[in-house]
Design a protein around this ligand. Structure first.
Ligand code: PLP
Length: 394
């Protein structure tokens, strides 16, 4: 054999006695076959077999299996982002003439898919009050195929009565999909509550380090999984094993991270409630949060993300006050080790129930910094927001 051939053929080495706790990163476009017959018959391997790197490698299968187990599901499909996880369910199960129900509090870009992608293709979307509960029955039409839920809602944190919505949808043979990003399967398992799809942005708590983008959809029905995989194959969508390897590392510490940020976020939510510049704290653990009773009944704890509504007077000083913060970073896409803060434009993103509060809304994501440093930074923010000369009784 010549050198050029040696260069492209890696020698096989013994793996005897080697076992690592880490999942190997198997990268592949090509999958090679034992013989011509098995190559010719590769189509029979189905989506659980290996045929082409785009459709999965042992690395991606490991994360799929881990998420499936956490959700008490049957199969999971991985996609390149959380947004794609939501969009995949819509693209797969909605056809021209169909209708989908989406909560007014859904992750903003989900509203855009409805307006910019589905509507021009003849798929109708109705936004509904996230607190509608069993009342969703009145919005279900003969052409409704899917009810989407997201609980708690993005930015405004309404907790939905998912069991009541599932009952109404099932009575009409309508599928229910849940964006479970805030909860993760550790706090809520949508499939156990009757949902057909558990969608998640793994970008957030599974990744956990603000350095990857991935999404997942877990189901119990093999037919639903088959249809989603067919769409991904047609569109040529797959995920990188390197991203997945990072997610496999992140998920190992998710339980500890989530327990910590949940505890700190609850504690901060209670303390912020007392501040005179804070109009309202939107955190599912507080009785004042819309849908709090459903959180207490269905959800096992808290994530690290919540919002505060400031008094209108705080608006003028907001940007310089945010810039003055030293520990919180300003940015979106939460769930990492760094705490984040970001103003939310809720007003333009509510259709069913107009947002009437005048003061700015800030979303806060708690990270892993020392609690006292974070609290001092929030005090710095509130002090900088306090109108000059105002006497504020604490
Ligand atoms: C971030 C987020 C998404 C989108 O995830 P990406 O991976 O950033 O596309 C979807 N739903 C919710 C609730 C999110 O917070």
């Amino acid at each position: 054999m010549h050198d050029l051939t040696r260069c492209v053929q890696h020698p096989e080495v013994s793996q005897d006695g080697f076992r690592s706790l880490a999942v190997p990163t198997y990268r592949a476009s090509t999958i090679i076959y034992e013989d011509g017959e098995s190559f010719a018959a590769r189509g029979e391997r189905g989506f659980d077999g290996y045929t082409y790197g785009l459709h999965g490698t042992p690395t991606t299968r490991t994360l799929e299996a881990q998420l499936t187990a956490l959700h008490n599901g049957v199969r999971t499909v991985l996609v390149p982002s959380g947004q794609m996880a939501v969009a995949l369910v819509f693209l797969t199960f909605l056809l021209p003439g169909d209708h989908v129900l989406v909560p007014d509090s859904a992750y903003g870009p989900v509203r855009n898919v409805c307006r910019d992608y589905l509507a021009p293709r003849g798929i109708a979307c109705t936004l509904y009050d996230p607190l509608i509960g069993a009342g969703i029955a009145e919005l279900i039409q003969d052409r409704t195929r899917l009810v989407w839920v997201e609980s708690p809602g993005s930015g405004t944190m309404e907790v939905q009565d998912i069991p009541a919505i599932v009952r109404a949808a099932k009575a009409r043979g309508v599928l229910v999909g849940c964006d479970n990003t805030w909860c993760t399967p550790l706090l809520f398992k949508p499939l156990d509550h009757g949902c057909d799809f558990a969608a998640e942005a793994l970008t957030k708590y599974v990744g956990g380090h603000s350095d990857l983008l991935l999404g997942s959809v877990t189901v119990r029905d093999m037919d639903l999984r088959q249809r989603m995989k067919e769409v991904l194959r047609s569109l040529g969508v797959g995920v990188s094993p390197d991203e997945v390897a990072l997610a496999l590392r992140g998920i190992e510490t998710m339980g500890l991270r989530l327990a910590h940020v949940g505890r700190v976020s609850e504690s901060f939510a209670r303390r912020l409630q007392e501040h005179p510049l804070v109009e309202q704290v939107l955190h599912p653990c507080l009785p004042s949060c819309p849908g709090h009773a459903f959180w207490a009944r269905d959800i096992k704890g808290s994530g690290g993300v919540f919002s505060i509504v400031l008094r209108p007077a705080a608006g003028t000083m907001l940007n310089p006050a945010l810039t003055a913060m030293k520990v919180f970073a300003i940015g979106a896409s939460w769930g990492g080790t760094r705490s984040l803060i970001a103003p939310m434009s809720v007003k333009g993103e509510r259709t069913v129930k107009p947002w009437t509060q005048e003061g700015p809304v800030l979303r806060i994501s708690i990270g892993l910094e020392q609690e006292e440093d974070l609290w001092a930074d929030l005090e710095r923010l509130l002090a900088a927001l306090t109108p000059a000369g105002a006497v504020i009784a604490a």
